[in-house]
Design a protein around this ligand. Structure first.
Ligand code: PEP
Ligand code: MG
Length: 886
């Protein structure tokens, strides 16, 4: 395609198949709004293809593109009747990034472009507003100086602060034209000193410099990190939007603001946003002035006096309200809209789907179905399954003692406790040491993104609900309290003060992002419930999906949680976890260290009642549902004692001396325990261990049956099978014990025997294995480990290098790899060929990963199994997979 630049009103845009891919989200929507007749300042979009060309052309714009830019500028000049660089009526421009998906605050923007020492005079004469012209020029030098010329912004900010201090004023709005004159000259000096060059006076140089800077910001560190966190491909590139400036800072009949068509925090169907009179866009998001509410209702709810836009600019507000309704109906989603009012005229600068909390995402999706704006299927697809995580996480236990020391805005819901840190670096450092932190900042900036990710929660002293901290925290699902004017932060002495006390770095606090409370100390939390809109959405998901969702659980408490979250059985009960209990570990050690079969049998006899009790409880909770019990899997040495005291304890029980126990421990040592004596290999060497476990299962079932208690349906699973003979021997063992227990008790028991498929050989020879297995459960943790030959315990050390070198897009232990998918597909085909009715499931960690769940659905598994808290995520992901399959 030879066309690189598209005017917002260009008809050609209509012909583009995926406008967002070429024009970016912002460009596509500006152009669409222009065609819908909304008041959009004229402009054009430089396509994402140019970003690619720019990087291929040694980070330079080629002459063909420069010429197209110049001719498109002429079109704008004609419409607005101003000229770029003119000494009478100069056109000023905004230059803004815009990728396919919105990456708030991650890339660069330059406003007021086209001002220089001469055009600023023209602007002043034309508007009869010298203060405004000078304010715009200093803003331009500041922004351009920082973004394009790389002068750190604090150099400029410090100059303004000193100026205000000398003049004895608090607010920027209290500075007059001559003050800005002085600052403009100081700003230019800073630029000269830091870059060894004068601030550019040629407006075309300014424009090309700004466009290049926006392209360069695509590869900035913060943008790269954001892409990595959100899995955005680097090839997409950004578009650049060049647009005629409109001014919100020309006087008191001007304003600028950000508004959501619904409340992004709780999802209620009320217009929600903030604005500032006599200001430019960056003032609202930067958090330097506290913005006012848009609607009267929101102002009253917040108990604030400063008038809302609805009250101070009623006519413009009405017009805005109408546009918001039209936008939402058109895009069928909650919109986040930026606007400016210039001399009482409303301009729309941007619309996009608004970022929202998980709670509001669910409410908005359900409400929009009720309003007949979207279908149930669309509602299901609207929610990112992983984002439900925040809804499933605990909230503060209101019954416990809560010492509120200050309050702020409830910017992103959820509760978090941790040590106070004042820098992102410290948050990252403590995170590496597995310590929880709360990042406390006056305000956050895009540089803080990694720290915000590392912290458990974010607290800021400045900024509203649309501040950087609030938007980013909501997107990440981190609890956040923003704009707490009740705290006073001192970075140097690493403390923050409230009216009553001082909190030091390292002190523990709790923040409640749902109410805005800041609390001293750690507060206990309670488990959430699935109810209201959430359960409605889940019921739609359940009606849609075909995949069943089970849970991995071996304790009654987890089993109960999972059942409450909608689990339809247990897909993996790891019996070895039951062995670690304090009461049992000694008998387990006694069993392992026994030299003879008889001694081992004695120790196993002690374990039997414990295992039986566990099964009784779990089978009761999962009444009527399947429960897959896996026989002992890990290498025995995992249970061995480490300290001398523990070794002595075992020696006493077994009745041998310390030395002998120690020598047995070293005998059990393995070079590669994950590939060693584990899984069914233990069952082959020590059948009595598996016999005890089977007896415990069957006796539990007998007990329930005798007591007329409804029980789960047991599926006995053999781990780490790779050959037909292994499963054959193991199945005979299970059947032998089943027969014995049934005869002893004269009770009939129903059960199944199956195997895990977690070794490549098992997948490839699935047809033979299926002769003896009634079900397969894919153990994708081990299958990934053995397919790659990468240790699942050590991969973390080099995983980042593999991601940085684009060998892996994502950790294969988190989201299933293509090669592992192929093995599963082979096993499914071969397994079904042998046994049409074979039951198929997955119980590796991938069973809770939405992308892997989509694969499981495609390949025809019957169920996925995941940890209890991921059950709702899996239910939704399974429904999405079903919808997208068609
Ligand atoms: C697996 O290997 O995927 C599995 C579920 O078993 P474990 O994680 O216990 O080895
Ligand atoms: Mg395994």
């Amino acid at each position: 395609m030879n066309k690189f630049i598209f005017n917002f009103s260009s008809k050609e845009v209509k012909k583009i198949k995926n406008p967002k891919n070429i024009l970016g989200g912002k460009g596509a929507n500006l152009s669409e709004m222009g065609r819908m007749g909304f008041p959009v300042p004229p402009g054009f979009t430089i396509s994402t293809n140019v970003c690619d060309l720019f990087y291929k052309n040694k980070k330079k714009l080629n002459s063909k593109i420069i010429n197209q830019i110049k001719s498109e500028l002429k079109v704008i000049e004609k419409v607005v009747k101003k000229k770029f660089g003119d000494l009478k009526n100069p056109l000023l421009l905004s230059v803004r990034s815009g990728a396919r998906v919105s990456m708030p605050g991650m890339m660069d923007t330059i406003l007021n472009l086209g001002l220089n020492d001469e055009t600023v005079k023209a602007l002043s004469n034309k508007t009869l507003n010298g203060r405004f012209a000078k304010d715009s020029y200093r803003r331009f030098i500041q922004m351009y100086g920082n973004v394009v010329l790389g002068v750190e912004s604090h150099h400029f900010e410090e100059l303004i602060e000193n100026y205000k201090l000398t003049k004895g004023v608090l607010l920027d709005t209290e500075l007059d034209e001559s003050d800005w004159d002085g600052l403009i000259s100081d700003f230019k000096k800073v630029v000269k000193e830091k870059t060894q060059k004068d601030f550019p006076q040629n407006v075309y140089d300014q424009l090309l410099g700004a466009i290049s800077a926006v392209f360069l910001s695509w590869e900035s560190n913060r943008a790269k990190i954001y892409r990595k966190l959100n899995q955005i491909p680097s090839e997409w590139g950004t578009a650049v939007n060049v647009q005629s400036m409109v001014f919100g800072n020309m006087g008191n009949d001007c304003a600028t603001g950000v508004v959501f068509t619904r409340n992004p925090s709780d999802g209620s169907n009320d217009i929600y946003g903030e604005y500032l009179i006599n200001a430019q866009g960056e003032d609202v998001v930067a958090g330097t002035r506290t913005p006012q509410y848009i609607t009267k209702k929101a102002r009253k709810d917040a108990n604030v006096k400063d008038p809302s836009m609805e009250e101070s600019m009623p006519k413009v507000y009405k017009q805005l309200e109408k546009i918001l309704i039209k936008l939402e109906t058109h895009y069928k989603d909650m919109q986040d809209v930026e606007f400016t009012v210039e001399n009482n005229k409303l301009w729309i600068l941007q619309t996009r789907s608004g970022k929202r909390t998980s709670k509001s995402a669910v409410k908005i999706a359900v409400d929009m179905v009720k309003e007949k704006l979207i279908s149930k299927k669309q509602a299901i697809l609207r929610i990112d399954p992983s984002s439900l995580d925040t809804l499933l996480h605990p909230t503060l236990d209101e019954k416990s003692e809560i010492n509120v020391i200050a309050n702020g805005l409830p910017a992103s819901p959820g509760a978090a406790s941790g040590k106070v840190v004042f820098t992102s670096e410290e948050a990252e450092k403590l995170n590496d040491m597995m310590q929880d932190t709360i990042l406390v900042r006056v305000e956050t900036s895009p540089e803080d993104i990694q720290g915000m990710h590392a912290a458990k929660g974010i607290l800021t002293a400045r900024g509203g609900m649309t501040s950087h901290a609030a938007v980013v925290a909501r997107g990440m699902g981190r609890p956040c309290v923003s704009g707490s004017s009740e705290i006073d932060i001192n970075y140097e002495s690493k403390i923050f003060k409230t009216s009553e006390l001082e909190v030091k770095e390292g002190d523990i606090i709790t923040i409640d992002g749902s109410t805005g409370r800041i609390i001293l100390g750690k507060v206990p939390t309670v488990k959430p419930e699935i109810s209201g809109d959430f359960s409605k959405l889940m019921s739609w998901a359940d009606d849609t999906r075909k995949l069943k969702v089970r849970t991995n659980s071996e304790t009654p408490i987890d089993t109960k949680t999972a059942r409450d979250f909608g689990a339809e059985g247990i897909g993996l009960c790891r019996t070895e976890h039951m062995f670690f209990d304090e009461e049992r570990i000694l008998s387990v050690r006694e069993m392992i260290l026994s030299k003879s079969k008889e001694d081992r049998a004695k120790a196993l006899a002690k374990l039997l009642p414990h295992q039986k009790k566990d099964f009784v409880e779990i089978f009761k909770i999962m009444d009527g549902l399947p429960v897959t019990v896996r026989l002992l899997d890990p290498p025995l040495h995992e249970f061995l004692p480490h300290s001398d005291k523990e070794i002595q304890e075992v020696a006493n029980v077994v009745g041998v001396d310390l030395k002998e126990v120690k020598s047995r421990i070293s005998e059990l040592h393995e070079q590669n325990p994950m590939l060693g004596h584990r899984g069914c290999r233990l069952g082959i060497s020590y059948p009595e261990i598996y016999e005890m476990q089977c007896r415990a299962i069957f006796e539990a079932l007998v007990e329930l049956k005798k007591n007329k208690v409804k029980s789960a349906f047991p599926e006995i699973m053999i781990p780490l099978v790779s050959t037909e003979v292994e499963i054959k021997i193991m199945k005979e063992l299970v059947n032998k014990i089943a027969k014995t227990v049934q005869e002893e008790n004269k009770v009939k028991i129903d059960f199944m025997v199956g195997t895990m498929i977690e070794l490549p050989r098992a997948a490839v020879k699935a047809k033979d294995i299926a002769k003896h297995a009634e079900f397969f459960s894919f153990g994708t943790n081990d299958l990934t480990q053995t397919t790659f030959g990468i240790s699942r315990d050590d991969s973390g050390k080099f995983l980042n290098d593999y991601i940085d070198n684009k060998i892996f897009d994502i950790d294969p232990f988190v989201s299933i790899d293509e090669g592992v998918e192929d093995l599963i597909e082979i096993a499914v085909l071969k397994g079904k060929k042998q046994n049409k009715k074979i039951k198929l499931g997955i119980c590796g960690e991938h069973g809770g990963d939405p992308k892997s769940i989509a694969f499981c659905s495609r390949v025809g598994l019957n169920y996925v199994s995941c940890s209890p808290y991921r059950v709702p995520i899996a239910r939704l992901a399974a429904a999405q997979a079903e919808i997208l399959k068609k």
